[in-house]
Design a binder for this molecule. Structure first.
Ligand SMILES: Nc1nc2c(ncn2[C@@H]2O[C@H](COP(=O)(O)OP(=O)(O)OP(=O)(O)O)[C@@H](O)[C@H]2O)c(=O)[nH]1
Ligand SMILES: [Mg+2]
Length: 378
């Protein structure tokens, strides 16, 4: 990666663009005088610095501007998922030291941005810190606001740095300060921030893959329950239905395994060999019939539940397996762990679905039961 990216956030007029110009050492970003100046996010850099600064539209100018600011930032952060050069690694959150307030509302707006990206570290920059004697109170004010609502959301700042980016004209006694401290703290933490953001992106990608396979699994399981085919009479060496093999293929595609065709095929074979279908089909029906009130339920309803459960279990177990292949935990040399995963997973599934059916106290509705299964906490 060439340079880390720092997103400069804060209320409108807090002095974000002024700060950027001083740090970059040139008047690159447009500065306003009370008007809302910065319209779009733009990155600035200088040769000496190993980070880029991204100027943003200020919050709080109006409701719609705040909304737009948050939307812009989320768009930028999302772009960073695909494109490493626009990934955000740190936030500089500018708080105007002259305004004497760091409102909960401002912090809440920042939280909105950070919620999806809790790993990104923040440095709070107390901009326009004209008077050194006010630093202590201003730092205390920021700390207090963070303590009140920020901490529980993992929003503790790395540092709170009072900065005066530009000495006021005609005030000989007041000099610019704090920029070196800010750069030093940033440089000291930027490598960790980059590592953390890489982790965050990986986590986010995995989360998306999980959701996608969950959705595909639910769709297939619902269809299976409607079709209601249960391979009860299959011999031990179970054969999967096209729906089941299709689902495994979909999940493996979600995890990008279609490129590793050979491995993908071996995994499929292993899942089949683990005998998930036979195991669930055989035990589940017997287990369900032991539940009071279930024995008299029509066979096709029970079949629908069993068929949905089997497909759901295969999809879920495949996602667990594919994720481990994706992260490198499973490779061609230790495919045997797949047996344990399938077995443990299906065993737990039989218990879960039996518990769900038992809770229905005889009122058996296939949709309700499968929905409870799809949405259960694991
Ligand atoms: N003297 C002095 N004035 C500052 C400083 N920082 C900001 N200002 C003044 O505050 C006003 C707003 O500054 P900007 O840098 O445009 O603020 P911004 O946060 O980028 O504002 P938006 O882009 O509108 O969100 C301008 O008049 C700046 O000159 C500073 O460090 N010293
Ligand atoms: Mg600006």
């Amino acid at each position: 990666m060439d340079k880390a990216n720092i997103l400069v956030l804060g209320t409108s007029g807090a002095g974000k663009s002024t700060l950027i110009n001083t740090v970059i050492g040139k008047p690159v970003a447009k500065v306003g005088n009370g008007k809302h100046i910065t319209e779009n996010m733009q990155a600035y850099e200088s040769e000496e610095l190993n980070f880029r600064l991204i100027d943003s539209r200020g919050f709080e100018y109006s409701f719609f501007n705040t909304k737009k600011a948050v939307r812009d930032m989320n768009t930028w952060l999302k772009k960073g998922l695909k494109d490493e050069s626009s990934r955000i690694h740190m936030l500089w959150f500018c708080v105007d030291a002259t305004s004497k307030r760091f409102t909960k509302k401002t912090l809440k707006t920042m939280e909105q941005v950070k919620k999806e990206w809790p790993e990104i570290p923040i440095i709070v920059v107390l901009t326009k810190s004209f008077f050194i004697y006010e630093d202590e109170d201003n730092i205390a004010m920021v700390k207090e606001t963070f303590d009140k609502i920020g901490k529980k959301n993992g929003c503790s700042p790395l540092a709170i740095v009072p900065v005066l980016a530009e000495a006021p004209k005609g005030e000989a006694g007041i000099i610019a300060r704090g920029i070196e401290d800010l750069i030093e703290i940033t440089v000291d933490n930027i490598d960790d921030a980059v590592k953390a953001s890489e982790e965050a992106v990986k986590k986010y990608e995995l989360k998306c893959k999980k959701i996608k396979s969950h959705v595909a699994t639910i769709a297939a399981a619902t269809t299976a329950s409607i079709v209601g085919v249960v391979p009860i009479d299959f011999p031990d060496a179970a054969i999967l239905t096209p729906m089941e093999t299709g689902l495994i293929t979909i999940v493996s595609k979600i995890y990008g395994l279609e490129k590793k065709e050979d491995l993908s095929r071996k995994i499929m074979e292993r899942i089949i060999a683990a005998g998930a279908v036979t195991m669930v089909a055989k035990t589940l029906l017997n287990q369900l019939k032991l539940i009071p009130g279930v024995a008299n339920i029509a066979a096709d309803i029970l079949n629908a539940i069993v068929a949905g459960t089997i497909v759901f279990g295969i999809g879920e177990a495949s996602a667990v397996i594919m994720e481990k292949v994706y992260t490198g935990e499973i490779d061609a040399d230790n495919l045997n762990v797949i047996d344990n995963i399938v077995e443990a997973h299906m065993g737990k599934l039989i218990k879960d679905i039996s518990d769900i059916v038992a809770k229905q106290e005889g009122k058996i509705n296939v949709n309700d039961i499968l929905n409870a299964l799809f949405n259960r906490e694991k």
